[in-house]
Design a protein. Structure first.
Length: 95
């Protein structure tokens, strides 16, 4: 009976040691898990900052597009010549 208990203890200890090495010394160990968690938290902060900056820029663009200055620029672009060398093409309509 004592031999069987010793064998069971050896098996248990060997399994425990192998799990210990797997958890702490493998490629997917606990230390990397905590490092990755820290990196993920930092990236979430950066992402939230960038989303806030994006929304601010979108608000500025929308405010500019609704302003009189943008409408004036669009009219100038469509109605007037951009360069002095541009020529006007006149089309005659047949009635």
């Amino acid at each position: 009976m004592s031999v069987k208990i010793k064998i069971n203890n050896l098996i248990f200890i060997s399994i425990f040691i192998s799990l210990f090495f797997y958890i702490f010394f493998s490629e997917k160990n606990i230390i990397l898990l905590f490092k990755n968690k820290k990196i993920i938290q930092e990236n979430k902060i950066i992402l939230s900052q960038k989303k806030e900056k994006k929304s601010n820029l979108e608000n500025k663009i929308n405010n500019f597009m609704n302003s009189e200055i943008s409408k004036e620029l669009i009219l100038k672009d469509k109605l007037f010549l951009k360069n002095r060398g541009d020529k006007i093409i006149l089309y005659e309509l047949d009635k």
